[in-house]
Design a binder for this molecule. Structure first.
Ligand SMILES: [Fe+2]
Ligand SMILES: [Fe+2]
Length: 404
């Protein structure tokens, strides 16, 4: 899962504007989805642990907020998950492998095929390469995402080899996702167009940083809440499918049909994962509409941000914003996509039609159903204001400058 976020040339002004419409203007420790008292823990800034990250605020961790009776739901859904979720995994023998889409090093024609790959990649513009590298770096931080899933109460893999359907899913999902980063990494390595050492450092920094906090600390917290976690993954898998789908379309336009096949193959798999996660949330809406709509509203108030917002190459303290701005300008992933995904999920989960909600649930429903048009209006205002052309040197492409 390459988690994506809203990308804006002037991301901070958008974040501020979004803070106003989502009602989140500062780090908040209370929200409508907290069913139980929160445990607040002081966390040291990463610099204390000798991790040279850009300066970030200290924050409080809010954990394990879902009460036991809600967690029981996941126990009772195990049989359902066994017969509905697990069939959405693909048997290993039927899966594509990165090798299927790249020159075969054991083949006589390997050097020739690599030469062809390199010739085709010369046509790819720098801004496109920045998007592809950003997507690859995000995919490569996969250990963080498996950790994220295994931090969710009620569904975590308690032993590392647990046979609950939730744990089986998480391991198999991780194993499927692992091929995405491998494929993009090997492709980019072979092109010779990017600075692999800088990219490898970025991946290592990102994995060290994790995904718990970012510049907008309220963005990401799921508080170990599986409702919030599965809403997040539903959103993100769709976002990554859109993003990889766009890099596929653009590769074709730049004359690289093989790269289009690579990105398109990954996009299709993201879509299969999205369908699975969205189905879990659909089931949660069925068994606990009030709890699920509250969790959805809470997730959207915090915004669906990318865990890779902590990406760092050892130099650019705002690397993620710069990458996001390029992705927005090029059209790989935009604010419009964000609003589209939200609307899609609201339709997919029939949020407008929910009946019998509590007053809080009805307020959450109303908030969700009115959010996408607000996001579109804010984006239009930000885009209209931000007409200055900024450029940025990206270490990933040997410090060549790219327009943001
Ligand atoms: Fe994914
Ligand atoms: Fe992925």
């Amino acid at each position: 899962m390459a988690f994506m976020t809203v990308a804006f040339p002037s991301q901070l002004s958008f974040a501020r504007a979004m803070g106003n419409i989502t009602g989140v203007s500062k780090v908040s420790t209370t929200s409508s989805v907290h069913f139980a008292a929160s445990a607040a823990t002081h966390v040291e800034a990463p610099e204390k642990h000798n991790i040279p990250l850009p300066p970030r605020h200290k924050h409080e961790e809010v954990t394990h907020t879902l009460p036991p009776q809600k967690l029981e739901i996941f126990k009772t859904l195990e049989k359902w998950a066994e017969s509905n979720l697990l069939p959405r995994l693909k048997p290993v023998e039927e899966c594509w492998q990165p090798t299927d889409l790249l020159p075969d090093p054991a083949s006589e024609s390997f050097h020739e095929e690599v030469g062809e790959l390199r010739r085709r990649s010369r046509e790819l513009p720098d801004d496109y390469l920045v998007c592809l590298v950003g997507d690859m770096v995000t995919e490569e931080a996969l250990p963080t995402y498996q950790t994220f899933l295994n931090n969710l109460d009620g569904i975590r893999d308690e032993t590392g080899a647990s046979l609950t359907p939730w744990a089986v899913w998480t391991r198999a999902w991780t194993a499927e996702e692992n091929r995405h980063g491998d494929l993009l990494n090997r492709y980019l390595y072979l092109t010779g167009r990017v600075d692999m050492k800088k990219i490898e450092k970025t991946i290592q920094y990102l994995m060290r940083a994790g995904m718990d906090s970012g510049q907008n600390l309220q963005d990401f917290r799921t508080e170990n809440n599986p409702y919030s976690g599965f809403i997040y993954t539903s959103f993100q898998e769709r976002a990554t499918s859109i993003s990889h789908g766009n890099t596929a379309r653009m590769a074709k336009a730049h004359g690289d049909a093989e790269l289009a096949r690579i990105c398109g193959t990954i996009a299709a798999e993201e879509k299969r994962h999205e369908a699975a996660y969205a189905m879990i949330v659909e089931k949660l809406f069925e068994v606990d509409p009030d709890g699920t709509v509250l969790a959805f509203a809470d997730r959207m108030r915090k915004k669906v941000s990318m865990p890779a917002c902590l990406m760092f190459d050892g130099r650019d303290g705002d690397l993620f914003s710069h990458f996001s701005a390029v992705a927005q300008r090029v059209g790989v992933y935009t604010a419009k996509d964000y609003a589209d995904i939200l609307e899609f999920l609201i339709r997919r989960w029939k949020v407008e039609e929910l009946q019998g909600l509590s007053p809080e649930g009805r307020a959450a429903q109303e908030f969700l159903c009115g959010l996408a048009p607000k996001i579109r209006r804010v984006d239009e205002r930000v885009q209209a204001k931000d007409t200055a052309a900024h450029t940025m040197a990206f270490s990933w492409i040997f410090d060549r400058k790219v327009q943001l």
